[in-house]
Write a protein that binds this ligand. Structure first.
Ligand SMILES: Cc1cc2nc3c(=O)[nH]c(=O)nc-3n(C[C@H](O)[C@H](O)[C@H](O)COP(=O)(O)OP(=O)(O)OC[C@H]3O[C@@H](n4cnc5c(N)ncnc54)[C@H](O)[C@@H]3O)c2cc1C
Length: 456
C-alpha cells in the first residue's frame, strides 16, 4: 500500500477508532490525530456512573492516554490542538496549538473529520454560572464531581428528560441530592412509546425524583456570588444548588460548513457508504455526521457511540486505501432508570406512520424468566410492524433483568428485515434462571402475528 498522510480531527470516540483502523489497514500510513482538549479516548457514556459513585475511580474512564495510542496503536496524537480551518484545495489544515497559541499548517492525503457533537444550550442568562453544568467532556465530569465534593449541594435541578437526564437523575439521587427533573413534554424520553414513557415516569416518581412536566425555562436567578439559586419556569420557580443541562446535542460542523462540505436536513455532514464527504479527500464519521436509517432508507441524526465507531472504522480503512462500506443502522438505545431496564430498537410507531408504513402494534407483558424462579420479574414488549409486508419495524421493551438484551435480538431481526412470522419462529433459549419456555419476544410475536393476519 502507498504511504499516505492521514489527518484525523477529534480524539474522543470516532477519531481514535478511525486512526487506529487506518494504521491497521496501511501500516506505512502516517496518521496524526488532533484533539482540542487534553483528553482522548474518554468513556463519556460511563460518566453518569462515575458521578453517581458506582464507578469509584473517574480516571478509569480514560481508555487510552495519548502515549498509549502512540505506542500501542501506532499513530501520532496532538492534544490541545484545535483544527481551525480546512483548505480543501491545498489538502491542508490550519491548527492552533493551544499551549503557545501558535498556528501550524499540516498537509494531508486524506482527512477524517470526527468532530462529534456539542450540547444544546438553553440560551438564557446565567447558563455559564459556576453551578450550571453540561455533561459532554471529561472536563464537565471533573467539574461536576469537584462541585459535589467541595460544595455538597443539597438540591439539583436537571433540565431535559432524555436518556442522559435519566442517568444523571439517578446518579445525583445516589449521592443523596434532592432531584427535580424538568422536561418540556408531559412525559420523559420523547421518542419512546407512550406506555414506556409512562412507566419511566412512575419509576422516577417512585424513586423520589420530582418530575416537572411541560416546563419551559424562563430564567436562572443568581445570588450575589453568581450562583444560580432558582430555576424559573412556566410551571413555577424551583430552588437549586446545582443545575445540569441535558438538552440533547447537535452536530459540531463549523469546520465542515466553512469548507463547504454538504450538510443534511439535520445539520450533520452527509457522507456516502464509504464515509466520503462531498469534498475530495475528506471523510467523516461519528456524531458530526448523519447516518442512513436502514429501515426507511433516509438519513437521520443519531448520535450514538455504536454507530460512531462502526462508521469510524470504515472511514479509517478507506482513508488508508481500503474498500469498506457502512450501510447505515437503526436506533438501538437503552437506559437504566433505577430498577427499570428500558430499550428501544428501530422506529417508534410515530416514525413508522410518518414513513408511510401501515402500522400495527402489539404489547404483551410476560415473565422474563420462569415465573417460579427467585427474582422473576415481568418484561413488557411492544412490537411495531408493517401490516402490508408483516416486517418488524421497531420495539420498546421495559421491565426487569433481560429487557435490554432481548431488545438486541429484536434489533437484529429489524436489521435483517425479518417478518413477524420469522421472529415468532426464532429458536430462543429456555433455561429457568434466564428465560421461560416461551420467551416474552415469542409471546409478543405470536400475538402480533394474529393481529396482522386478521388485517388480511
Ligand atoms: C453522558 C453521555 C452518555 C452517553 N451514553 C451513551 C450510551 O450509553 N451509548 C451510546 O451508544 N452512546 C452514548 N453517548 C453518545 C456517545 O458518547 C457519542 O455518540 C460518541 O461520543 C460520539 O463520538 P464522536 O467521536 O463522534 O464525537 P464526540 O464524542 O463529540 O468527540 C468529538 C471530539 O472532537 C473534538 N473536536 C471537535 N472539534 C475539534 C477541532 N476543531 N479540533 C480538534 N478537536 C476537535 C472534541 O473536543 C471531542 O473530543 C453518550 C453521550 C453522553 C454525553
Amino acid at each position: 500500500m502507498k504511504k499516505r498522510r492521514i489527518l484525523v480531527v477529534g480524539g474522543l470516540a470516532a477519531g481514535p477508532s478511525a486512526a487506529a483502523k487506518a494504521v491497521r489497514t496501511n501500516p506505512v500510513a502516517e496518521v496524526t490525530m488532533f484533539e482540542t482538549t487534553d483528553t482522548v479516548s474518554y468513556g463519556i457514556c460511563e460518566a453518569p456512573y462515575a458521578i453517581g459513585g458506582m464507578i469509584e475511580q473517574e480516571g478509569n474512564l480514560v481508555a487510552y492516554t495519548p502515549e498509549r495510542l502512540r505506542s500501542e496503536k501506532g499513530f501520532e496524537v496532538k492534544t490541545l490542538h484545535r483544527v481551525e480551518k480546512i483548505l480543501p484545495g491545498k489538502h491542508r489544515i490550519a491548527v492552533r496549538d493551544l499551549k503557545n497559541r501558535s498556528m501550524i499548517e499540516f498537509d494531508y492525503d486524506k482527512l477524517i473529520l470526527a468532530t462529534g457533537s456539542r450540547p444544546r444550550r438553553l440560551d438564557v442568562e446565567g447558563e455559564d454560572a459556576r453551578n450550571v453544568f453540561h455533561l459532554s467532556t471529561r472536563d464537565d465530569t471533573l467539574k461536576i464531581l469537584n462541585y459535589l465534593k467541595i460544595e455538597s449541594p443539597g438540591k439539583a435541578v436537571i433540565i431535559g428528560g432524555g436518556y442522559i437526564g435519566m442517568e444523571i437523575a439517578e446518579a445525583l439521587r445516589a449521592r443523596g441530592l434532592d432531584v427535580t427533573l424538568m422536561h418540556r413534554y408531559r412525559l420523559p424520553m420523547a421518542g419512546l412509546e407512550q406506555e414506556t414513557r409512562e412507566q419511566i415516569l412512575d419509576e422516577l416518581v417512585n424513586n423520589d425524583i420530582h418530575f416537572v412536566s411541560n416546563a419551559s425555562v424562563e430564567s436562572l436567578v443568581q445570588d450575589k456570588q453568581g450562583i444560580i439559586r432558582h430555576v424559573v419556569t412556566t410551571r413555577g420557580s424551583f430552588e437549586c444548588d446545582l443545575v445540569i443541562l441535558s438538552l440533547g446535542v447537535e452536530p459540531n460542523v463549523e469546520l465542515a460548513a466553512e469548507a463547504r462540505l454538504r450538510l443534511g436536513e439535520y445539520g450533520g455532514i452527509v457522507t456516502d457508504e464509504r464515509q466520503q464527504t462531498s469534498v475530495d479527500a475528506v471523510l467523516a464519521a461519528g456524531d458530526c455526521c448523519e447516518v442512513k436509517n436502514v429501515i426507511t432508507g433516509k438519513r437521520m441524526y443519531l448520535p450514538l457511540a455504536t454507530l460512531a465507531s462502526r462508521a469510524a472504522w470504515v472511514a479509517g480503512e478507506n482513508a488508508a486505501g481500503g474498500h469498506a462500506t457502512f450501510k447505515g443502522g437503526i436506533r438501538a438505545i437503552a437506559v437504566k432508570v433505577f430498577g427499570l431496564e428500558v430499550a428501544q430498537v428501530g422506529l417508534s410507531s410515530e416514525e413508522a406512520r410518518a414513513a408511510k408504513f401501515s402500522v400495527a402494534t402489539e404489547s404483551i407483558t410476560a415473565f422474563g424468566k420462569v415465573a417460579i424462579m427467585p427474582g422473576a420479574r415481568k418484561t413488557t414488549v411492544k412490537l411495531i410492524l408493517d401490516r402490508r409486508s408483516k416486517r418488524l419495524l421497531g420495539a420498546n421493551l421495559y421491565g426487569g433483568d433481560g429487557a435490554v438484551l432481548r431488545a438486541d435480538i429484536l434489533g437484529v431481526a429489524i436489521q435483517q428485515r425479518l417478518t413477524i412470522d420469522e421472529v415468532s419462529r426464532l429458536d430462543l433459549i429456555y433455561a429457568p434462571p434466564f428465560a421461560p419456555l416461551w420467551d416474552p419476544i415469542l409471546v409478543a410475536a405470536n400475538q402480533a402475528k394474529k393481529r396482522v393476519q386478521h388485517a388480511d
